[in-house]
Design a binder for this molecule. Structure first.
Ligand SMILES: [Zn+2]
Length: 109
């Protein structure tokens, strides 16, 4: 794997500790198998280390026109009210609640 191409994936990101950009020397390929690639990203400024795994990929193809990785907006954290709502919802379910679970999923329980 050409690490200079991997750097492009991280060009939108920086160290969360010191805001230093990542470069080719920051990326260490720790493990590369058929369906798994594990990277360690080490900040060259402060030494903070980050782990990253690509599951389902043995390597990462990076083309010239590919865009770098970006963080997505995440849903809000679960609140106490969410837990209470779930509790009330489960409490109101009838005894035959499992009729709503598709048959193909019932074997997984
Ligand atoms: Zn840093």
């Amino acid at each position: 794997m050409d690490k200079s191409k991997l750097v492009k994936l991280f060009s939108n990101m920086c160290c969360s500790n010191c805001r230093h950009d990542f470069d080719e020397d920051s990326i260490l390929i720790k493990r590369q198998e058929k369906n798994l690639m594990v990277l360690q990203i080490v900040c060259s400024e402060c030494g903070k280390s980050f782990g990253l795994a690509f599951l389902g990929l043995g390597s990462v193809e990076v083309k010239e026109d590919d865009r770098p990785l970006e963080f997505q907006d995440c849903p809000l954290p679960i609140t106490y009210d969410d837990v209470l709502d779930a509790h009330h919802f489960i409490d109101k379910l009838e005894k035959d609640w499992n009729k709503f679970i598709p048959d193909e999923l019932k074997n997984n329980f």
